[in-house]
Design a protein around this ligand. Structure first.
Ligand code: MGD
Ligand code: MGD
Ligand code: SF4
Ligand code: MO
Length: 734
C-alpha cells in the first residue's frame, strides 16, 4: 500500500490522473497544509456573515482545536458573535456529505465526475448552451466562485449562471451602478464611529451584524441613531429614534424627507452642482411629496417627519445604512436610490462618518458581486462590450470566442426557463433554494421537473440535496483556503486548518477536477491554487474601480489585516491606512464623474391585504445564533440553546384578542399558497395588521409571494399577505 506523502491537494500541481481521483487519500488530500506549525495559532476570517471578523485559530498536532476573536484585526477588534465562536464545531456533523451520491447511493469521485460531465454534455449538445445553468452563492471563497463562473461559461460553454446574491444584494448592485456608475459601496467601518447621525433603514444589525453594531457602540459622539423598520427590532430598541413605518412605504418616506430638506434649506448646493446630475428634475418630482401625503402613506406623524428631516439637516456627518428591508421589495432599487439621493443632496458622501451604505450579507457577497462572472464579466466588466471581452480574454488567457456576449438570465428567469423546459439542468453550489427561495412549493415543483439537478454542498441532508440526482460533497470554511470580500470592500484571507471529512473536497478542487474530466483543463492551466486564481483576478481588475493589482499576495493580506479595494499597483496611498472610503474627491464612476439622481413614482405592493388575508407577513433573521437555512448553525448544541425550539409567529396583542388567541398558542398561518403552524408570541414589536416569521424555518417560504423588483429582479421576501387561524385542539404551552 502506498503511504500518503505530506502534501495537500493545494500543493499538488501535477496532472490530475484518474488515480488521484479514485484514491485521493493517497495524495494527502484533505491534510492540513504542512506550512502551518503543528501547535500554533493562525489567523482566519469568519465564514458566516459579511462583517468579516478576524479569528485566531488554535492548532494542536496540526489540526484546529479552538478559536478566539483576533484583537488586532481592524474589523472586530477582539470580538465575535456566537456564530463565529462556533464556526469550528458546526463542521463536525453526522450529515456531512462524505462521498458523492448518485441517486442517493454513494459512488466514487471518478463515477460521479464522469456522470456529471456526460449528463451536462448531453444536455448542452442536444439543447444548446442555454439548456444548463449554475446557481451559486456569496458563501464560497471568491477564487472558488470565480473558478465556477469561468469553468461553467468559458470551459463548459454555459450562458446562464447567477448567485444567491440575487436574493440578497442585486438591488444594491443595480442601484449603485446607475447612481454611481459602478457597484461601489463607499464606506469603511470607521464611519460607524465617526458619524453624528446614523440612519438604519430596513436593517437589524443587532441580530444580523452584531459586530458592526459593536462598532456603532464605540462611537464617542453620542450620535443620534435612527431606525426605520415596521417592527420594533432589537436595533430599534437600542436606537434614539424609531420610525415604525407601514411596510414598504420607505420610498414615499424618503421622498418626503427630500422634500423637507429642499423646503427647509438642507441641500448642499455646491456639492450638488459640482458632483451630481439630475437634481432639478428630482426636486420637481419630490414637490408632490408633502408632509401630509407622506404622513398618510407611511403612518408617521407630520411632527416626527419634520423632526427626522431636521436631524439630517443639522447633522454634521450623517451616514445612511440599509440592508434587506430595502433590498427585498417590489420597488427596491428605487428605494435604495432614494437613500443615495438623500446622501448626495446633503453632501454626506466621501467624508468620515457619511455615506449611502448598503451592508452586505454573506461572507463573500461583495466578491460574488464583482468576481463571479454571472451578470457582469469578471471585475465589473460588461459581457456585451467587445472591448471588455477582449480585455478579459487577454487577462485570463481564454480565447475571446469562449466569452458569451450577453449576461446571464437572473435567478428567477432561470427558474422560469426551467419551468418552461428550456433550462434542463441546474448545478447548485453552496446554496439551498428548496428552503430559501420565495414561494417554495412552486420552486420545488420546478426543480423536480429538471432532467439533471446537481447539488454541491457540505451536507447531504439539505432540502435541495435531498431532491438532487447528484450530490458532490464539499469541504467547508476552515477546510480550505481562499479569500472573502466583506461589506467595507476588505479582502480577508482564510486558511485551511482542518481536514474535510470523508472524500469531500474543496469546491476549488471539485472545479479543477470537472475541468479535467470535461477536457478543458488546459484552459485553466494557471488555475492550480486559489492564490494563482487570485493573481488572474488581479489582472482582470486592472483599470476598474475595484482594482486589486497592488496586493502582493496572500501574505500581504494576512499581514495587513485584510486589504480594501481599490488597491492599485500604481498608487501607494492605500498602503498607509487600513480604513478607506470612496469618493473623497467627489468623483464618481460615471462617464462625466457625476452621480445621478434616480427616482420613480411609488406603487403599492402587488399582493394586497383583503378580507381573506388581512395580515402583512414580514420575514427575516430570527436570532444572531441562526444562519439562513440552518444547515450549519443548526448543528451546534451551544447555538441551539439560544434559539426557540419551535417556530414563533410574532403577533400584536390587539390582533390576538380579535382572533381569541393567547400567547404561546399553536396557530395556523395561511397564505394563498400554503399554510403552516407556529406558536404565537404576543408582542407590541409588530403593529396590528402585521406579523413576522423568521426565515430559518424550512416552511416559511411556502407562504411568501413571488414578486420581484423589476430592475434588480431581487425577490420581495418581506411582503406577503396571510391570515391566522386558531388551532382548536391546541393547548397553550405557557
Ligand atoms: N444571525 C444572522 N445574521 C445574518 C444572517 C443570518 O441568517 N443570521 N444572514 C446574513 C445575510 S445573507 C443578510 S442579507 C443579512 C440581512 O440583514 P438584515 O437585512 O438586517 O436582516 P433581516 O432580518 O432580513 O431584515 C432587516 C429588517 O427589515 C425589516 N423590514 C421588513 N419590511 C420592511 C420595510 O418595508 N421597510 C423597512 N424599512 N424595513 C423592513 C424587518 O422587520 C427586519 O427587521 O444578515 C446577515 N447576517
Ligand atoms: N423568507 C425569506 N427568505 C429569504 C430571506 C429572507 O429575508 N426571508 N433572505 C434571503 C437571503 S438575504 C439570503 S442570502 C438567502 C440565503 O439562502 P441560502 O444561500 O440558500 O442559505 P444557506 O443556508 O446559507 O445555504 C448555503 C448552503 O451552502 C452550504 N455550504 C456552506 N459552505 C459551503 C462551502 O464552502 N461549499 C459548499 N459547496 N457548500 C457550502 C450550506 O450547507 C448550505 O446548504 O436566503 C434568502 N431567503
Ligand atoms: S459578526 Fe459575522 S463575521 Fe463576525 S463572528 Fe459573527 S458571523 Fe462571523
Ligand atoms: Mo443575504
Amino acid at each position: 500500500m502506498l503511504t500518503a506523502p505530506a502534501m495537500t491537494f493545494r500543493e499538488w500541481t501535477g496532472p490530475l490522473t484518474a488515480d488521484l481521483v479514485r484514491e485521493p487519500a493517497k495524495f494527502g488530500l484533505g491534510q492540513v497544509p504542512s506550512r502551518l506549525l503543528p501547535d500554533a495559532t493562525t489567523k482566519a476570517v469568519c465564514g458566516f456573515c459579511s462583517t468579516g471578523c478576524g479569528l485566531n485559530i488554535h492548532l494542536k498536532d496540526g489540526a484546529a482545536i479552538n478559536l478566539t476573536p483576533d484583537p488586532d484585526y481592524p474589523v472586530n477588534l477582539g470580538t465575535a458573535c456566537p456564530k463565529g465562536w462556533e464556526a469550528l464545531s458546526v463542521l463536525d456533523a453526522p450529515d456531512r456529505a462524505r462521498m458523492p451520491l448518485l441517486h442517493g447511493k454513494e459512488v466514487d469521485w471518478d463515477t460521479a465526475l464522469r456522470y456529471f460531465c456526460d449528463q451536462m454534455k448531453r444536455i448542452l449538445d442536444q439543447h444548446g448552451p442555454e439548456a444548463a445553468a449554475f446557481l451559486s452563492t456569496g458563501q464560497i471563497m471568491f477564487e472558488e466562485m470565480a473558478f465556477l463562473g469561468a469553468l461553467a461559461k468559458f470551459g463548459m460553454g454555459m450562458i446562464h449562471g447567477d448567485g444567491n446574491t440575487r436574493q440578497c444584494m442585486a438591488t444594491a448592485v443595480t442601484a449603485y451602478k446607475e447612481s454611481f456608475g459602478f457597484d461601489a459601496p463607499p464606506f469603511t467601518y470607521a464611519d460607524f464611529e465617526e458619524s453624528d447621525v446614523l440612519v438604519f433603514i430596513g436593517a437589524n444589525p443587532c441580530i444580523a451584524h452584531p459586530i458592526m453594531w459593536q462598532r456603532v457602540l464605540k462611537n464617542k459622539r453620542q450620535p443620534e441613531i435612527i431606525v426605520v423598520d415596521p417592527r420594533t427590532t432589537e436595533t430599534a430598541m437600542a436606537a434614539s429614534q424609531h420610525y415604525a413605518i407601514k411596510p414598504k412605504s420607505d420610498l414615499t418616506l424618503l421622498y418626503g424627507l427630500a422634500h423637507l430638506l429642499i423646503r427647509d434649506g438642507g441641500v448642499d448646493q455646491s456639492f450638488v452642482e459640482a458632483h451630481t446630475n439630475g437634481f432639478d428634475a428630482f426636486a420637481a418630482f419630490v414637490a408632490a411629496f408633502t408632509p401630509e401625503r407622506v404622513s398618510a402613506e407611511s403612518g408617521i406623524s407630520i411632527e416626527r417627519l419634520l423632526r427626522f428631516a431636521k436631524i439630517i439637516r443639522e447633522g454634521k456627518a450623517v451616514s445612511f445604512w440599509w440592508t434587506m428591508g430595502v433590498n427585498q421589495g417590489h420597488q427596491a432599487t428605487r428605494t435604495a436610490q432614494a437613500i443615495i439621493n438623500l446622501a448626495l443632496m446633503t453632501g454626506n458622501i466621501g467624508k468620515p462618518g457619511t455615506g449611502a451604505n448598503s451592508i452586505t450579507g454573506q461572507c463573500n457577497a461583495m466578491g460574488s458581486r464583482l468576481f463571479s462572472n454571472t451578470t457582469n464579466l469578471f471585475g465589473g466588466h460588461d459581457f456585451k462590450n467587445p472591448k471588455h471581452r477582449e480585455k478579459i480574454s487577454l487577462a485570463m488567457g481564454i480565447p475571446v470566442d469562449r466569452i458569451p456576449d450577453r449576461p446571464s438570465l437572473a435567478y428567477d428567469q432561470i427558474i422560469a426557463a426551467a419551468d418552461a423546459g428550456t433550462v434542463k439542468a441546474i448545478w447548485f453550489v453552496a446554496t439551498n433554494p428548496s428552503h430559501s427561495w420565495i414561494d417554495q412549493n412552486e420552486m420545488n415543483r420546478i426543480l423536480d421537473k429538471l432532467d439533471f439537478l446537481v447539488v454541491q454542498d457540505m451536507y447531504c441532508s439539505t432540502e435541495t440535496a435531498k431532491r438532487a440526482h447528484l450530490v458532490l460533497p464539499a469541504a467547508g470554511w476552515g477546510e480550505k483556503e481562499g479569500c472573502f470580500i466583506n461589506s467595507e470592500r476588505r479582502i480577508g484571507y482564510s486558511p485551511k486548518v482542518r481536514r474535510a471529512p470523508g472524500q469531500s473536497l474543496a469546491d476549488f478542487h471539485i472545479f479543477r477536477l470537472i475541468a479535467h474530466y470535461w477536457g478543458c483543463g488546459e484552459k485553466f492551466r494557471e488555475w492550480q491554487t486559489p492564490e494563482a486564481v487570485f493573481r488572474v483576478l488581479q489582472r482582470c481588475s486592472e483599470g476598474q474601480p475595484c482594482e486589486i493589482t497592488g496586493i502582493e499576495g496572500y501574505d500581504m493580506i494576512r499581514q495587513h489585516g485584510g486589504v480594501q479595494w481599490p488597491a492599485k499597483m500604481t498608487n501607494d496611498e492605500w498602503r498607509m491606512t487600513n480604513e478607506r472610503r470612496l469618493f473623497e474627491d467627489g468623483k464618481f464612476f460615471t462617464e462625466d464623474q457625476r452621480a445621478k439622481f434616480c427616482f420613480d413614482e411609488p406603487v403599492v405592493p402587488p399582493e394586497q391585504r383583503c378580507a381573506e388575508f388581512p395580515l402583512i407577513l414580514m420575514t427575516g433573521r430570527g436570532t444572531s445564533a441562526q444562519w439562513h437555512t440552518e444547515t450549519r448553525t443548526g448543528k451546534s448544541a451551544v447555538l441551539a440553546k439560544m434559539v426557540p425550539e419551535e417556530l414563533m409567529l410574532d403577533l400584536n396583542p390587539e390582533d390576538a384578542a380579535k382572533l381569541g388567541v393567547r400567547d404561546g398558542q399553536r396557530v395556523r398561518v395561511i397564505s394563498k399558497r400554503a399554510e403552516l403552524t407556529a406558536l404565537t408570541r404576543l408582542t407590541g414589536c409588530v403593529k396590528p395588521g402585521e406579523v413576522y416569521l423568521p426565515m430559518h424555518d424550512a416552511q416559511v417560504n411556502q407562504l411568501t409571494h413571488a414578486s420581484f423588483d423589476p430592475l434588480s429582479r431581487q425577490p420581495s421576501y418581506k411582503y406577503s399577505t396571510v391570515r391566522v387561524e386558531w388551532e382548536k385542539e391546541s393547548i397553550p404551552l405557557f
